[in-house]
Design a protein around this ligand. Structure first.
Ligand SMILES: [Zn+2]
Length: 375
């Protein structure tokens, strides 16, 4: 991921900090400096650093729980708005997703309990009241009280039952024990969106920050639902079901001018460059073609301006694995090869996968309606 620095590694998991997080620390320093001088500034930065250490431990809670079920986590990234553990996949069983989702907030519960125990010990009993926790913004309250309060806030905030909060996953896992995974996600996403609207409305009358959180939660819930729909649609299909089979190819000797002609006589936007043996050498995109026409001229060989590192899959392989490749590799297309000679037989593009989705959704809607009529 660009703009993030790897600060450490735990097993197979890289721990990263996004550049905006460092800017955030600078901003915190400046904001505290303006109101309370340099001591306050460093205290502010220390508090944020400790807070994000707790966030990191929270993410590690998810990571270690997931590892128990054989799910790897390539990286954790810390952003100014929190941490994201990039789990390779969601565990298949709902009970496992439940454990993975709860493991994060559980870490913060433990941290809060430990801090409260330490506090009540040092304050020699009875001095710690609920009002102290509420005064979290008071710079004179001790760092430990603030941290304990922040951890309690992290637990409550993360357990809001809406994606992308852990509470949303807990809700989905509980629902998935009673119904299918896709329906559970759709229902959990709707509940989350309803909650987001409620949060937004509440924000109008109280704190505008709630409105921003509401919009964020609403969008995230829609995204999660879409991803699961895509996965459900692709399950049980093979690549050959979804690939484009009618397309124009360019030879390795073709020029950008030849490509431009092909662009005009077809509706294609990505042109595979294929050699005499039918092997894929690369893909020329419309954008690269236009750029080459402008900068290098029409006689430029396509081989010089095409994208080389195009991933390929076999026609008989599972579609969901190929989709993962498309979304993670960020390539214009994936080449589909036959099993025998490795010849190019098809193309998979984000656009035609989207079309497959639309067809699938339309069929589902019709099937649901027919079922409704018959009962
Ligand atoms: Zn979490």
């Amino acid at each position: 991921m660009p703009w993030s620095l790897t600060i450490g590694r735990l097993g197979e998991t890289a721990i990263r900090i996004h550049v905006t997080f460092l800017l955030f620390l600078v901003w915190i320093w400046a904001a505290y400096y303006r109101s309370g001088g340099s001591q306050a500034a460093w205290e502010g930065v220390l508090f944020v650093a400790l807070l994000f250490f707790c966030v990191l431990l929270h993410e590690l809670g998810h990571v270690f729980a997931a590892r128990r079920y054989g799910v790897k986590t390539p990286d954790i990234t810390l952003w100014p708005f929190g941490g994201i553990a990039n789990l390779e996949r969601i565990p298949e069983k709902p009970s496992q997703e439940l454990v993975v989702a709860i493991a994060g907030p559980a870490v913060n519960v433990v941290i809060a309990l430990v801090l409260l125990a330490v506090l009540s010990f040092t304050l020699a009993g009875g001095d710690l009241k609920a009002e102290d926790l509420a005064k979290i913004e008071d710079p004179r309250t001790s760092m430990l009280v603030k941290l304990a309060g922040a951890n309690i806030f992290l637990v409550l905030f993360n357990l809001i039952p809406a994606f992308p909060m852990d509470g949303g996953r807990v809700l989905r896992a509980l629902l998935a024990m009673k119904m299918g995974f896709a329906r559970a996600t759709a229902l959990a996403a709707s509940i989350g969106q309803g909650l987001a609207i409620g949060l937004g409305l509440l924000g109008i009358f109280t704190n505008p920050m709630l409105m921003i959180i509401g919009v964020f939660v609403f969008l995230a819930a829609s995204g999660e639902a879409g991803q699961v729909q895509l996965r459900e649609a692709s399950r049980g299909h093979i690549v050959a079901d979804a690939m484009i089979t009618h397309f124009e190819t360019l030879g390795p000797q073709a020029t950008v001018d030849d490509a431009a002609e092909a662009l005009i006589r077809s509706t294609q936007k990505e042109f595979p460059v294929v050699d005499g043996a039918g092997h894929l050498r690369g893909v020329l995109t419309r954008d690269a073609m236009i750029r080459a026409l402008k900068d290098q001229g029409p006689s430029t060989p396509v081989i010089d301006v095409m994208q080389h590192d195009i991933p390929t899959v076999e026609a008989r392989s599972k579609l969901d694995a190929a989709l993962k490749l498309i979304t993670s590799a960020q390539v214009p297309a994936v080449g589909v090869l036959d099993t025998a000679g490795g010849r190019l037989v098809g193309l998979l593009t984000p656009e035609n996968v989207g079309e497959l989705m639309m067809i699938h959704v339309a069929r589902d809607a019709r099937a649901e309606r027919d079922k409704g009529l018959s009962t």
